[in-house]
Design a protein around this ligand. Structure first.
Ligand SMILES: NC(=O)c1ccc[n+]([C@@H]2O[C@H](COP(=O)([O-])OP(=O)(O)OC[C@H]3O[C@@H](n4cnc5c(N)ncnc54)[C@H](OP(=O)(O)O)[C@@H]3O)[C@@H](O)[C@H]2O)c1
Length: 380
């Protein structure tokens, strides 16, 4: 497989500072939880809280698109005033995911953009993370002070020490799981869960093949599949410490046996790697593309379509959450199932490096390096 190596034994035949009100406030702007509102910056900025809340936050802000290490900066933001449906949240931890990087990079016009949604600028980085509710508006019903919450949708800007969100933008998670699990549950494990549920009817003994197996999504796929008795064939890029990585993935439940041909292929890479996955798929099987780390198109051999009748699908968890927003129970059910696996020790947070928000340059650099195999988590 050229630069690619299977981390798996294949079947033989297959193979947030707080200054006093005054001069320091000049450069501050207000950000709402969901959308950056620059016009609000013209409003009076000095406000004394009577409640437990800190009225400012330290945030990682970008004012133009470009190289994250150049355009992201640490700023003090004034929090917007509380309204009846507002929830004031102290952020606890937030990961740096590839989609966050893509959104900061932006890349020009809509056809060349690297991500489907780009926030208005200036924006706070980060799409997921966990926070604790500090105060709620008078009409908030679904969350209470002390609850742990995660964003319901992408684009809220989680790389900050505190925020005021709308109640509708949040969903609660239990506080008896680790902060790292809670901070990373909303995107990757949900993506893995959906892809293993919605495309093929997988029974114990069935096999799934995936590339980027050491990614956050890949690690969740391995563990959720293992909990269902489904084998996984896991492909990672070759590297000097391949054996060490292979051992880690096996310890998570990556299958180490001779497996039947896979029914489902999960592609987070694109390019040649995706074509390789297709080669191994069983007749009538499905390949779901959810990521494009190699930034190369997916090429499907004609023979795979004609002779194997493979199904080529795509999945975006943000769209799934939007499509299912009116069915609140569906998201709740999935989060409950994932939390049950977490509590049972069957689903761990991805391999992580915790980095203080002030050290964000280091974290952004690491998030863009190959072979790091460790999710960068900003701790507030
Ligand atoms: N569609 C959805 O709903 C959805 C949801 C979540 C994530 N995603 C996407 O899924 C992908 C993985 O996200 P994540 O948070 O799981 O990632 P992650 O934990 O940051 O891991 C990144 C993975 O990509 C691999 N990689 C990086 N550059 C690569 C390249 N040029 N060629 C091949 N592999 C490369 C890395 O392998 P090495 O260790 O070899 O560097 C690693 O396995 C991203 O594209 C992300 O946007 C999509």
């Amino acid at each position: 497989m050229e630069a690619w190596r299977l981390a798996q034994v294949f079947p033989r035949t297959l193979r947030l500072h707080k200054p006093a009100c005054g001069g320091h406030l000049v450069s501050r702007i207000l950000f709402s939880g969901k959308t950056v509102l620059p016009e609000r910056s013209k409003r009076s900025l000095c406000h004394f809280s009577t409640g437990p809340s800190v009225r400012e936050s330290t945030a990682l802000v970008y004012r133009s698109h470009g190289d994250p290490s150049q355009v992201v900066q640490l700023e003090t933001l004034r929090l917007p005033d509380m309204e009846s449906k507002s929830v004031h949240v102290k952020m606890l931890a937030a990961p740096i995911n590839p989609s966050d990087i893509n959104m900061i990079q932006g890349k020009g016009n809509a056809s060349a953009r690297t991500y489907a949604i780009l926030p208005d600028l200036p924006a706070v980085g980060g799409n997921e993370g966990v926070g604790q509710v500090l105060e709620v508006g008078s009409q908030v019903q679904t969350v209470k002070v002390g609850d742990w919450v995660i964003p319901r949708d992408a684009g809220v800007g989680t790389w900050r020490t505190a925020a005021v969100f709308s109640e509708d933008d949040l969903v609660t998670v239990p506080s008896d799981i680790s902060i790292l699990s809670a901070a990373t549950i909303g995107v990757n494990p949900c993506t893995a869960f959906r892809m293993l549920s919605d495309f093929e009817s997988l029974m114990p003994g069935d096999t799934v093949i995936q590339n980027a197996a050491n990614s956050g999504v890949g690690q969740a796929v391995i563990q959720i599949a293992a909990a269902k008795g489904v084998h996984t064939i896991n492909v990672v890029r070759d590297r000097p410490d391949l054996q060490q990585l292979t051992d880690k993935l096996r310890a998570m439940g990556a299958t180490y046996v001779v497996c039947p041909r896979p029914k489902l292929a999960l592609n987070g890479v694109g390019g040649k790697s995706a074509t390789e996955l297709l080669r191994h798929l069983q007749t009538g099987g499905t390949m779901v593309t959810y990521g494009g780390m190699a930034k190369q198109p997916v090429t499907v051999p004609v023979s795979a379509l004609i002779f194997k009748d493979v199904k080529i699908r795509g999945f975006w968890v943000t769209q799934w959450k939007r499509d299912n927003k009116q069915y609140d129970g569906v998201l709740r059910f999935m989060l409950d199932e994932l939390c049950t696996l977490i509590r049972a020790g069957k689903l761990t947070a991805p391999y992580c490096s915790e980095v203080e928000i002030k050290d964000f340059h280091k974290a952004l650099d690491n998030a863009m390096k190959p072979f790091i195999s460790s999710k960068q988590i900003l701790v507030m």
